[in-house]
Design a protein around this ligand. Sequence first.
Ligand code: IPE
Ligand code: IPE
Ligand code: MG
Length: 250
Amino acid sequence: MRSMTLKFDTLPRHLAVIMDGNGRWAKAQGMPRSEGHKAGTASAKRLVTECRKLGIRHVTLYTFSRENWARPKKEISFLFDLLVRFMNREMASLIEQGIRLNILGDLSELPLVTRQAVKRAVSQSKDGTEMTLNLALNYSGRDEILRACRQLAAEGARPEDITEDAIAERLYTAGQPDPDLIIRTSGELRLSNFLLWQAAYAEFYFTPTHWPDFDEAHLHDALAAFAGRGRRFGCTDEQLSSAQTSGHNA
Ligand code: IPE
Ligand code: IPE
Ligand code: MG
């Protein structure tokens, strides 16, 4: 396996992926969009397994955005069926690998069957310690921030209580590091309302490859690109190198 021989100087602690291009992948082969989504599921499984092997501790997959409700009803119900089937088929293996499933998004708006299956999977895998797999499901970055603010208001927060930490603690990702690397497949150069708050200092990797074709080798390319980025977080290069030589963690 290629992963066994690969070493990356710097791995993202949190990798987030906008899995885009299932429909175009299917269309290019004269198949219905649903076939693209099916193939996309296999790709998601491949990615999670490889991230787990590499030791990436947090992985987030953009599975369904709030804006995706605008799609044809048939496609939406196919996507939710696919998710339930995926969980039924894969949860045992995820648990075996020590993977904890976590949902980012508003479950209350999902069909009952989906909601129940998701809740069951989250609770079955809650003791996983090796990796957190976040599925962004019925997710909207703006709505997530709005909810955090409303929650603070409901708690009676005073203006000075409304801090960055206070907001971050009320996001779906509370307690997890921000994504270091965000990958988007299929050539679109946008965030589509994904992790707006958390992406503040993320590195971006865009590839024209459609999601169903994104395999271990593509992931390794993205990780290699990430390892080669100079992250400065607002500092100068000189500050960073002197922090490194004096043993500080920049
Ligand atoms: C990503 O692929 C899957 C979801 C958004 C659910 P798309 O379905 O967006 O595929 P394209 O972008 O139409 O090719
Ligand atoms: C983003 O992809 C959402 C997911 C991958 C689940 P879309 O295909 O919905 O994004 P837009 O509409 O092209 O921005
Ligand atoms: Mg798309």
